[in-house]
Design a protein around this ligand. Structure first.
Ligand SMILES: Nc1ncnc2c1ncn2[C@@H]1O[C@H](COP(=O)(O)OP(=O)(O)OP(=O)(O)O)[C@@H](O)[C@H]1O
Ligand SMILES: [Mg+2]
Length: 238
């Protein structure tokens, strides 16, 4: 579905990402985990065509992706960030806007918006203004907006990290349910190994802009690691 070969990203003479190979198969959810500043968001932005790597090549559905990414390819992906970036509109219009841009009919838009707001438990907020929502509600609306686009690849950059523990737990459960029913191909960045364990099939650990370990969450916790990776994982094993 998506592949990155030997990606490096250098800005202002600083190497942010170094020689990264990554692949994402249809229907899987792959996690990216690592300490602050390890390059998770940078890698996500490159995979989502928001930044251009200094070297390396991206492939989307088997085709190499040109430096200037064509709109039809960009429209196949959706992104949710840590802070929900809702527009100053009502909830309905926030979810509908991407569908309007894509030229869907009014009836189809209504159907999809209702469906996804329902899936994330916020249909009762349809007519509310985005600015009046709590952080948890806003993040649910952001997820509904992303899923409504029915993207080929979904990118989630720490979608729960601004939420309190019970809110986060509830949203994680709902998201796991949606993944189970849709098999949406996803890249999930999280600080929290619990998110990774519950939501992903496979995880890559990033340290200083490099992929230092890869496997399923239980495999990584079980298998012996060295140095900085061991120290990073020990924090979650305890
Ligand atoms: N556009 C940019 N210009 C300059 N430096 C950048 C840019 N984007 C990222 N960086 C630097 O790259 C490094 C990795 O940042 P990145 O945001 O990818 O880390 P992260 O793993 O997502 O961290 P966090 O867990 O805090 O979100 C940091 O040192 C950051 O300052
Ligand atoms: Mg980040």
């Amino acid at each position: 579905m998506l592949e990155a070969v030997d990606i490096s990203w250098i800005i202002e003479q600083k190497t942010i990402l170094r020689n990264i190979d990554f692949h994402l198969l249809l229907g899987e959810c792959v996690g990216l985990i690592g300490p602050n500043g390890s390059g998770k968001s940078s890698l996500l932005k490159i995979l989502a065509f928001l930044e251009t790597p200094t070297s390396g090549q991206l492939y989307f559905q088997g085709q190499s992706v040109p430096k200037s990414v064509p709109l039809p390819i960009r429209r196949r992906i959706a992104i949710v960030f840590q802070e929900s970036l809702l527009l100053n509109l009502r909830v309905f219009d926030n979810v509908a806007i991407g569908l309007k841009i894509r030229g869907l009919s009014k009836g189809k838009i209504q159907e999809r918006v209702d469906y996804w707001l329902e899936q994330f438990g916020v249909r009762h907020l349809t007519k509310h203004w985005a600015r009046s929502l709590s952080g948890g509600e806003a993040q649910r609306v952001s997820l509904a907006r992303a899923f409504a686009l029915e993207p080929d690849v979904l990118f989630l950059d720490e979608p729960f990290s601004a939420l309190d523990a019970p809110t986060k737990e509830g949203l994680r459960i709902d998201l796991a349910q949606v993944f189970k029913s849709t098999h949406t191909t996803t890249v999930l960045v999280s600080h929290d190994f619990k998110d990774i364990e519950h939501l992903t099939n496979r995880v890559l650990i990033l340290l200083n802009g490099q992929v230092v370990a890869e496997g399923s969450a239980p495999e990584l916790l079980r298998s012996p690691q060295k140095g900085e990776v061991e120290r990073f994982l020990a924090y979650f094993a305890s």
